[in-house]
Design a protein around this ligand. Structure first.
Ligand SMILES: [Zn+2]
Length: 270
Protein backbone atom coordinates (compact mmCIF):
# COMPACT_ATOMS: atom_id res chain seq x y z
CA UNK A 1 0.00 0.00 0.00
CA UNK A 2 1.85 3.12 1.18
CA UNK A 3 5.35 1.73 1.08
CA UNK A 4 8.13 4.22 1.61
CA UNK A 5 10.69 4.88 -1.11
CA UNK A 6 14.42 4.90 -0.27
CA UNK A 7 14.33 8.72 -0.53
CA UNK A 8 11.45 8.90 1.94
CA UNK A 9 13.15 6.52 4.36
CA UNK A 10 16.18 8.81 4.34
CA UNK A 11 14.25 12.10 4.38
CA UNK A 12 12.20 11.09 7.42
CA UNK A 13 14.87 8.99 9.13
CA UNK A 14 15.16 11.26 12.15
CA UNK A 15 11.44 11.05 12.96
CA UNK A 16 11.13 7.36 12.07
CA UNK A 17 13.78 6.70 14.74
CA UNK A 18 11.62 8.35 17.43
CA UNK A 19 10.53 5.77 20.05
CA UNK A 20 7.08 4.50 19.12
CA UNK A 21 7.10 6.16 15.66
CA UNK A 22 8.72 3.79 13.18
CA UNK A 23 7.95 3.17 9.53
CA UNK A 24 4.31 2.41 10.31
CA UNK A 25 3.69 5.98 11.51
CA UNK A 26 5.48 7.35 8.46
CA UNK A 27 3.27 5.24 6.20
CA UNK A 28 0.21 6.61 8.00
CA UNK A 29 1.39 10.16 7.32
CA UNK A 30 1.98 9.28 3.68
CA UNK A 31 -1.57 7.90 3.44
CA UNK A 32 -3.11 11.01 4.98
CA UNK A 33 -4.96 13.84 3.30
CA UNK A 34 -5.13 17.03 5.35
CA UNK A 35 -7.14 20.20 4.79
CA UNK A 36 -5.69 23.51 5.99
CA UNK A 37 -8.00 26.52 5.93
CA UNK A 38 -6.70 30.06 6.29
CA UNK A 39 -3.15 29.66 5.00
CA UNK A 40 -1.60 32.63 6.83
CA UNK A 41 0.80 33.01 9.76
CA UNK A 42 -0.88 30.10 11.47
CA UNK A 43 -2.13 27.81 8.69
CA UNK A 44 0.86 28.41 6.41
CA UNK A 45 3.33 27.52 9.14
CA UNK A 46 1.30 24.46 10.18
CA UNK A 47 1.22 23.37 6.52
CA UNK A 48 5.02 23.75 6.36
CA UNK A 49 5.54 21.39 9.29
CA UNK A 50 3.06 18.89 7.88
CA UNK A 51 4.85 19.00 4.52
CA UNK A 52 8.27 18.36 6.00
CA UNK A 53 6.76 15.55 8.13
CA UNK A 54 5.65 13.77 4.95
CA UNK A 55 1.87 14.14 4.84
CA UNK A 56 0.68 12.52 1.59
CA UNK A 57 -1.61 15.29 0.42
CA UNK A 58 -2.26 18.82 1.65
CA UNK A 59 -5.24 20.84 0.50
CA UNK A 60 -4.71 24.55 1.15
CA UNK A 61 -7.74 26.84 1.13
CA UNK A 62 -7.38 30.59 1.36
CA UNK A 63 -8.84 33.45 -0.63
CA UNK A 64 -7.30 36.86 -1.20
CA UNK A 65 -3.95 38.33 -2.15
CA UNK A 66 -0.75 38.68 -0.16
CA UNK A 67 -0.34 42.04 1.55
CA UNK A 68 2.84 43.64 2.77
CA UNK A 69 1.54 43.53 6.35
CA UNK A 70 1.25 39.71 6.10
CA UNK A 71 4.99 39.41 5.78
CA UNK A 72 5.84 39.58 9.48
CA UNK A 73 4.44 36.06 9.97
CA UNK A 74 3.63 34.30 6.67
CA UNK A 75 6.86 32.40 6.25
CA UNK A 76 5.90 30.57 3.04
CA UNK A 77 5.68 33.92 1.24
CA UNK A 78 8.35 35.91 -0.56
CA UNK A 79 8.42 39.69 -0.97
CA UNK A 80 7.98 39.58 -4.74
CA UNK A 81 4.63 37.83 -4.28
CA UNK A 82 2.87 40.83 -2.62
CA UNK A 83 -0.37 41.52 -4.49
CA UNK A 84 -0.77 37.95 -5.77
CA UNK A 85 -2.90 35.10 -4.33
CA UNK A 86 -1.15 33.74 -1.22
CA UNK A 87 -2.27 30.18 -1.60
CA UNK A 88 -0.41 29.57 -4.87
CA UNK A 89 2.85 30.89 -3.44
CA UNK A 90 2.30 28.62 -0.41
CA UNK A 91 1.93 25.66 -2.78
CA UNK A 92 5.12 26.58 -4.70
CA UNK A 93 7.19 26.98 -1.54
CA UNK A 94 5.99 23.69 -0.07
CA UNK A 95 6.65 21.85 -3.34
CA UNK A 96 10.18 23.24 -3.44
CA UNK A 97 10.81 22.11 0.14
CA UNK A 98 9.32 18.63 -0.25
CA UNK A 99 8.47 17.45 -3.77
CA UNK A 100 7.12 14.16 -2.40
CA UNK A 101 4.05 15.86 -0.92
CA UNK A 102 1.03 16.38 -3.15
CA UNK A 103 -0.34 19.92 -2.75
CA UNK A 104 -3.64 21.30 -3.95
CA UNK A 105 -4.19 25.05 -3.62
CA UNK A 106 -7.68 26.50 -3.70
CA UNK A 107 -7.96 30.28 -3.80
CA UNK A 108 -11.30 30.48 -1.99
CA UNK A 109 -12.62 31.14 1.49
CA UNK A 110 -14.56 28.41 3.30
CA UNK A 111 -18.17 28.85 2.18
CA UNK A 112 -21.38 26.89 2.59
CA UNK A 113 -20.97 25.93 -1.10
CA UNK A 114 -17.48 24.40 -0.87
CA UNK A 115 -17.17 23.20 2.73
CA UNK A 116 -18.77 19.75 2.40
CA UNK A 117 -16.73 18.87 -0.67
CA UNK A 118 -13.52 20.00 1.04
CA UNK A 119 -14.14 18.08 4.25
CA UNK A 120 -15.25 14.91 2.50
CA UNK A 121 -12.01 14.77 0.53
CA UNK A 122 -9.70 14.64 3.58
CA UNK A 123 -8.98 12.62 6.72
CA UNK A 124 -8.51 15.58 9.03
CA UNK A 125 -8.92 19.38 8.92
CA UNK A 126 -6.87 22.17 10.49
CA UNK A 127 -9.01 25.17 11.32
CA UNK A 128 -6.70 28.16 10.94
CA UNK A 129 -9.19 30.65 9.46
CA UNK A 130 -9.42 34.23 10.69
CA UNK A 131 -13.10 34.52 11.42
CA UNK A 132 -15.85 32.64 13.16
CA UNK A 133 -18.04 32.39 10.05
CA UNK A 134 -15.45 30.18 8.32
CA UNK A 135 -14.64 28.37 11.57
CA UNK A 136 -18.28 27.55 12.26
CA UNK A 137 -18.81 26.25 8.73
CA UNK A 138 -15.79 23.99 8.96
CA UNK A 139 -16.75 22.76 12.45
CA UNK A 140 -20.29 21.90 11.35
CA UNK A 141 -19.06 20.10 8.22
CA UNK A 142 -16.47 18.13 10.22
CA UNK A 143 -19.25 17.04 12.60
CA UNK A 144 -21.53 16.16 9.65
CA UNK A 145 -18.86 13.99 8.04
CA UNK A 146 -17.34 12.82 11.34
CA UNK A 147 -13.89 14.13 10.48
CA UNK A 148 -11.46 15.26 13.21
CA UNK A 149 -10.55 18.93 13.29
CA UNK A 150 -7.64 20.66 15.01
CA UNK A 151 -8.90 24.01 16.21
CA UNK A 152 -6.26 26.72 16.58
CA UNK A 153 -6.95 30.37 17.30
CA UNK A 154 -5.12 33.39 18.59
CA UNK A 155 -5.70 36.91 19.74
CA UNK A 156 -2.75 39.25 20.29
CA UNK A 157 -0.34 37.33 22.57
CA UNK A 158 -2.87 34.63 23.49
CA UNK A 159 -3.37 31.34 21.71
CA UNK A 160 -5.86 28.49 22.01
CA UNK A 161 -5.69 24.92 20.80
CA UNK A 162 -7.89 21.86 20.98
CA UNK A 163 -8.59 18.78 18.91
CA UNK A 164 -12.16 17.95 18.05
CA UNK A 165 -13.28 14.40 17.27
CA UNK A 166 -17.01 14.57 16.46
CA UNK A 167 -19.10 12.58 18.89
CA UNK A 168 -16.18 12.05 21.23
CA UNK A 169 -15.14 15.58 22.25
CA UNK A 170 -16.81 19.00 22.55
CA UNK A 171 -17.04 20.76 19.19
CA UNK A 172 -16.25 24.41 18.50
CA UNK A 173 -19.88 25.34 19.11
CA UNK A 174 -19.83 23.61 22.55
CA UNK A 175 -16.70 25.58 23.46
CA UNK A 176 -17.84 28.94 22.06
CA UNK A 177 -21.67 28.89 22.00
CA UNK A 178 -21.54 32.69 21.71
CA UNK A 179 -19.02 34.13 19.34
CA UNK A 180 -16.53 36.64 20.69
CA UNK A 181 -15.84 39.77 18.67
CA UNK A 182 -13.34 38.73 16.01
CA UNK A 183 -12.03 41.45 13.79
CA UNK A 184 -10.17 40.12 10.73
CA UNK A 185 -7.28 42.52 10.95
CA UNK A 186 -8.12 43.96 14.32
CA UNK A 187 -5.43 42.40 16.47
CA UNK A 188 -1.69 42.58 16.56
CA UNK A 189 0.46 39.52 16.05
CA UNK A 190 4.13 38.62 16.24
CA UNK A 191 5.16 35.92 13.78
CA UNK A 192 6.81 33.89 16.51
CA UNK A 193 3.45 33.70 18.32
CA UNK A 194 1.46 32.46 15.32
CA UNK A 195 4.40 30.14 14.55
CA UNK A 196 4.41 28.68 18.07
CA UNK A 197 0.71 27.88 17.83
CA UNK A 198 1.17 26.56 14.28
CA UNK A 199 3.82 24.05 15.34
CA UNK A 200 1.55 22.69 18.07
CA UNK A 201 -1.33 22.56 15.57
CA UNK A 202 0.74 20.49 13.13
CA UNK A 203 1.86 18.24 15.99
CA UNK A 204 -1.76 17.60 16.98
CA UNK A 205 -2.50 16.44 13.42
CA UNK A 206 0.58 14.20 13.42
CA UNK A 207 -0.45 12.68 16.76
CA UNK A 208 -3.97 12.00 15.55
CA UNK A 209 -2.80 10.49 12.28
CA UNK A 210 -0.11 8.26 13.77
CA UNK A 211 -1.44 7.52 17.26
CA UNK A 212 1.77 8.65 18.94
CA UNK A 213 1.53 10.71 22.13
CA UNK A 214 -1.60 12.20 23.57
CA UNK A 215 -3.62 14.65 21.48
CA UNK A 216 -5.63 17.44 23.13
CA UNK A 217 -8.93 15.58 23.10
CA UNK A 218 -11.60 17.27 25.27
CA UNK A 219 -8.93 19.67 26.46
CA UNK A 220 -8.41 23.30 25.56
CA UNK A 221 -4.82 24.46 25.80
CA UNK A 222 -4.63 28.18 26.54
CA UNK A 223 -1.37 30.03 26.14
CA UNK A 224 -0.52 33.51 27.33
CA UNK A 225 2.74 34.15 25.54
CA UNK A 226 3.29 37.49 27.25
CA UNK A 227 3.68 35.72 30.58
CA UNK A 228 4.51 32.28 29.15
CA UNK A 229 1.62 30.79 31.07
CA UNK A 230 0.13 27.59 29.72
CA UNK A 231 -3.01 25.92 31.05
CA UNK A 232 -5.27 23.08 30.04
CA UNK A 233 -8.98 23.39 30.60
CA UNK A 234 -11.72 20.84 30.16
CA UNK A 235 -14.44 22.49 28.04
CA UNK A 236 -18.08 21.56 28.51
CA UNK A 237 -19.38 18.94 26.07
CA UNK A 238 -22.96 20.10 25.60
CA UNK A 239 -25.25 17.08 25.08
CA UNK A 240 -27.78 19.44 23.49
CA UNK A 241 -25.28 21.29 21.28
CA UNK A 242 -27.12 22.31 18.09
CA UNK A 243 -24.09 21.24 16.01
CA UNK A 244 -22.77 18.04 17.62
CA UNK A 245 -25.49 16.98 20.12
CA UNK A 246 -27.05 14.26 17.97
CA UNK A 247 -23.69 12.82 16.83
CA UNK A 248 -22.42 12.82 20.44
CA UNK A 249 -25.50 10.99 21.72
CA UNK A 250 -25.26 8.37 18.95
CA UNK A 251 -21.59 7.79 19.62
CA UNK A 252 -22.21 7.57 23.40
CA UNK A 253 -24.62 4.70 22.78
CA UNK A 254 -22.43 2.76 20.35
CA UNK A 255 -18.80 3.52 21.31
CA UNK A 256 -16.70 0.48 22.21
CA UNK A 257 -14.15 1.32 24.89
CA UNK A 258 -10.78 0.81 23.19
CA UNK A 259 -7.55 0.45 25.07
CA UNK A 260 -4.94 -0.26 22.43
CA UNK A 261 -2.08 2.27 22.15
CA UNK A 262 -3.04 3.40 18.65
CA UNK A 263 -6.72 3.75 19.50
CA UNK A 264 -6.56 7.47 18.80
CA UNK A 265 -4.99 7.00 15.38
CA UNK A 266 -7.20 7.35 12.37
CA UNK A 267 -7.84 4.32 10.24
CA UNK A 268 -7.56 4.47 6.50
CA UNK A 269 -9.74 2.64 4.08
CA UNK A 270 -7.32 2.56 1.17
ZN1 LIG B 1 -20.91 20.76 20.01
Amino acid sequence: MFNLTPTELERYRRQIMLPGFGEESQQRLKAARVLVTGVGGLGGTAALYLAVAGIGKLILVRGGELRLDDMNRQILMTHNWVGKPRVFQAMETLRAINPDVEIEAICEYVTSENVDRLVQSVDIALDCAHNFAERDRLNAACVRWKKPMVEAAMNNMEAYLTTIVPGQTPCLSCIFPEKPEWNRRGFGVIGAVSGTLACLTALEAIKLLTGIGQPLLSQLLTMDLNQLEFAKRRPYHDPNCPVCGRVSQESERSAPKQKNPRANALTFTK
